[in-house]
Design a protein around this ligand. Structure first.
Ligand SMILES: [Zn+2]
Length: 578
């Protein structure tokens, strides 16, 4: 490709609208442009990168035995009503009516459509297992779209859905996708990690997220330094205490009598901890929630953070939200901010750490009042204990007890075991060897294609711009012809260009009539992995310069007797970073 015949609109200024580095660089490098909130046009160079990710995804999905099809973006409400998600999905599902007043939505995902297809077309165990996938544009009406392609409303996704005769088969399909995903992100040239994750709104029983590791990632992941355990922060289990509540009760501190303490103007855990001169680990936070319409109190230690996903899963509720002030007042008899477990009339669930026999400090269920020397069993009861909190760096690995490590990443892929959630709701049956009807067992598997490009940039950049991994770079080699008007420069650059094109390399020839500084800056900004510089000064000694985007040093290569040596070196470099 010739720069003068192409379109890469770069610019220097940091765009005010872009909070994260990948968003800034994708705008500045001329890869994307915003149309409206969370909706982008993929410019030519950005699209090249996206297509390269898609090709890797397609090759590996095919290799894993998945079959490509393409499903519609517009879906009728009936299917979503059948699965039960029409009411559950919330406002991220963009709904509308057509001219015949029929309800429909713009698809954020395709479980319903694929299940509908499979239940109509597949009847026998002989036709199973099957795994269908597509690379398609999805829509999710995010309340706050941001970070460019990282959290857009419209986005390109690869989604796959497997159907098996039983659980064992479904496990094999899941493993095959786990392997395929590992190959995909390796081939994209990314450092990544597969972590255990919560199944969330999609449902199902078991899932892994594939995280591209990046300091700037918005997801936190927890990994063990001794064993293979890795999970996202939301999912990471906290090892349950060894001692039963009764034993723990007798272990810690001597009992002291319960006492009320006036705490005027004390609003936060920090203020309370200072006011009473006790560590936050001596405090109990009492949080009042509404779970599917029922008030529930959740207790966690003052220095711990409640994990609402764990709470929701533990309660088995569809919707868990912090209670509004009137419910808190009804449950505690006090305004918000003074809830405590003593005398509460609602169900009480507590994190395992509350089992400790301490003289706790808790809210007093009265305005400006707290209680000290509060004892579990004597002063308050707990209906059940569970792992309800966010893991901390001080916690041991839940599997082996070893030390854990916190790092950051960006979720680019997610695989789920769905079980029979959708096949049951939508009656996707097959006939087994004995002619009996059985439910198909499903799995679903997603990759954010645009997000993968954005994550690659978060992981690979410097102060000058993007450092694309070569497999997903818009171009593999850029030739900078510094003085295009000089015949010798032009001829050498043109010869290199046609030789490399002939070898099947993706080359961009910067043939613009621009200052060398502009060409160097743009090449760095767009992040093309191999840069070849052809300039008048070098050619006087019969040399051109080759430099890798991710290295400081450059190579001077002789071209006085032709491009043979240059091509050889580029191919070697190409192989070494591919
Ligand atoms: Zn471990």
């Amino acid at each position: 490709m010739r720069y003068t015949k192409y379109f890469i609109p770069t610019y220097r200024e940091i765009p005010a609208e872009a909070e994260v580095i990948s968003h800034q660089l994708m705008l500045r490098a001329g890869l994307i442009r915003k149309l409206t909130a969370g909706i982008y046009t993929y410019l030519p160079a950005g699209l090249r990168s996206i297509r390269k990710v898609e090709n890797i995804v397609r090759e590996e999905m095919n290799r894993a035995g998945a079959i490509e099809l393409l499903m519609p973006a517009v879906q009728p409400a009936e299917l979503w009503q059948e699965s039960g998600r029409w009411d559950l999905y919330g406002k991220e599902l963009l709904r509308f009516r057509d001219r015949h007043n029929r309800e429909a939505c713009l698809a954020p995902t395709h479980e319903e459509v694929i299940t509908d297809l499979v239940r109509k077309e597949i009847r026998s165990y002989k036709q199973l297992p099957v795994n269908f996938y597509q690379i398609q544009t999805k829509f999710r009406d995010e309340i706050r779209p941001r970070f460019g392609l990282m959290r857009g409303r419209e986005f390109i996704m690869k989604d796959a859905y497997s159907f098996d005769v039983d659980e064992e088969g479904a496990n094999r399909s899941y493993e095959a996708m786990y392997e395929a995903y590992s190959r995909i992100f390796t081939r994209c040239g990314l450092k990544f990690r597969a972590v255990e994750a919560d199944s969330g709104a999609i449902g199902g029983s078991y899932s892994h997220e594939f995280m591209v590791l990046a300091e700037t990632g918005e997801d936190q992941l927890v990994s063990c330094m001794k064993c293979n355990y890795a999970a996202n922060l939301e999912k990471a289990e906290v090892k349950a205490p060894q001692a039963a509540p009764a034993e723990a009760l007798s272990s810690r501190e001597d009992e002291k009598p319960l006492q009320e303490v006036e705490t005027p103007d004390i609003k936060t855990i920090g203020q309370l901890s200072d006011f009473l001169s006790v560590g936050p680990e001596m405090l109990i936070k009492t949080l009042i929630y509404v779970a599917d319409g029922q008030p529930v109190a959740a207790l966690v230690r003052g220095d711990h953070e409640i994990n609402e996903t764990k709470l929701k899963n533990y309660l088995g509720a569809s919707i868990v939200e912090l209670a509004p002030p009137e419910i808190i007042e009804e449950a505690t008899g006090a305004p918000t901010g003074f809830a405590g477990p003593v005398g509460l009339k609602v169900r009480v669930v507590a994190d395992y750490a509350i089992q400790d026999a301490r003289n706790w400090v808790t809210g007093g269920n009265k305005a400006d009042m707290h209680l000290i020397n509060v004892r579990l069993g004597r002063d308050f009861q707990v209906d059940s204990f569970a792992d309800l909190r966010v893991i901390t760096p001080q916690d041991p690995c839940p599997r082996c007890g070893g030390p854990i490590h916190f790092s950051r990443g960006i979720e680019v892929g997610h695989i789920f075991k769905l079980g029979t959630k959708y096949s049951k709701a939508m009656k996707a049956h097959y006939l087994d060897e004995n002619g009996e009807e059985r439910l198909m067992v499903m799995g679903c598997y997603g990759i954010g294609v645009g997000r993968t490009v954005a994550a690659a940039i978060e992981q690979n950049h410097d102060e000058y711009g993007i450092i694309f991994p070569i497999p997903i770079a818009p171009f593999e080699v850029v030739i900078l012809a510094l003085q295009m008007h000089e015949p010798e420069v032009r001829e050498t650059a043109e010869r290199l260009y046609s030789d490399l094109v002939g070898k099947g390399v993706d080359v961009l020839l910067d043939d613009r009539d621009e200052r060398p500084g502009v060409k160097f800056n743009d090449a760095d900004l767009v992040g093309i992995p191999i840069r070849v510089t052809v300039g008048q000064k070098g050619l006087k000694n019969g040399k051109i310069e080759i430099r890798l985007r991710n290295e400081k040093e450059s190579y001077q290569v002789d071209v006085s007797s032709g491009t043979f040596e240059v091509i050889g070196i580029i191919q070697k470099l190409y192989d070494s970073i591919h």
